[in-house]
Design a protein around this ligand. Structure first.
Ligand code: ATR
Length: 274
């Protein structure tokens, strides 16, 4: 039996074990996926232990996505440029790190609209999730990706760090609200609107472009205040379930060679969320 895992701290809330164990049984693969709560000071021992037992692979979540990098044998180019690994694969005894968060978001976007090419995009937030999404979308030849953030300097340093060339400006949330009519796609990556503070919304949508698309990477609640507001104004909306499910699907594919049934995964996750 092969072991797979997710490591983080905390880890109790993770839906990944239920999602991946269901896939292993559905595809009749003799494997188990377990959550491990690992403290930062124990991260190296955990990685060494996983290697010693011949783990098939593992996911990495907060707060270890960056700290894991120097502990791996190899890191793929996108994950190295983002500076975050969320998926590790045991490739003949060598642990190789990947990032499926950005590519997972992109796959969800391709299922939602035609992708990012030639679109004018507004990214809200400049944290870890924004970074993975920005670097990934930058390679898709969008017209522009502007970043709005409470701390504009953080948005600017994200832009300055990106090795893939794309037209971008950093701005405040208020400025973004004023020029919202320019954007085909708005991607919300901050924790604003997440339970329990569900009444919060990062910016005013009065100027939103007709028939534009709005994604929020939050999935609790399933429809944030931002998505409700966007939907009421006639925009097309997508919640964070897609990014979560597709990042897991891409990890599963790296481990098993099978791109799994994402509808099955989505239903399973929705059942967990009650
Ligand atoms: P993650 O890794 O999940 O993306 P993070 O790195 O902590 O999380 O980033 C959080 C993002 O949410 C940042 O863009 C942060 O804005 P700042 O860079 O100004 O800190 C944003 N954010 C979180 N709470 C916020 C709030 N109450 N108002 C505005 N922005 C907020």
């Amino acid at each position: 039996k092969k072991l797979y895992a997710v490591i983080g701290n905390p880890i109790g809330h993770s839906m990944s074990p239920i999602m991946h164990n269901d896939l292993f049984s559905f595809y009749q693969i003799d494997a188990s996926y377990l959550p491990f709560q690992i403290k930062s000071e124990d991260l190296k021992d955990a990685v060494d232990g996983f290697k010693a037992i011949g783990i098939g692979g593992f996911n990495v979540t907060v707060p270890h996505k960056t700290a894991i990098i120097p502990l791996l044998d190899e890191v793929d180019e996108l994950a190295a440029s983002i500076g975050a690994v969320n998926t590790v694969v045991n490739e003949n005894g060598r642990l190789k790190g990947y990032n499926t968060d950005g590519p997972g978001f992109l796959k969800g976007l391709q299922a939602f609209m035609s992708g990012a090419a030639s679109k004018k995009i507004l990214l809200i937030g400049a944290g870890g999730a924004a970074r993975a999404i920005y670097f990934t979308l930058a390679m898709e030849k969008p017209d522009a990706i502007d970043i709005a953030n409470r701390t504009v300097a953080k948005a600017q340093s994200l832009i300055d760090d990106c090795p893939y060339s794309v037209k971008s400006e950093a701005c405040t949330l208020d400025e973004a609200g004023r020029k919202l009519g320019e954007y085909d796609l708005v991607v919300q990556t901050t924790s604003i609107g997440m339970a329990p503070k569900i009444a919060d919304q990062p910016l005013d949508l009065s100027n939103i472009k007709k028939h534009s698309h709005v994604c929020d990477i939050i999935y609790n609640p399933l429809e944030t205040k931002l998505l409700q507001d966007a939907s009421n104004r006639g925009a097309n909306v997508q919640n964070g379930i897609d990014m979560f499910v597709y990042q897991g699907a891409l990890a599963f594919e790296k481990w098993t060679g099978i791109f799994p049934d994402v509808e099955r995964m989505r239903e399973n996750v929705l059942k967990q969320l009650g």
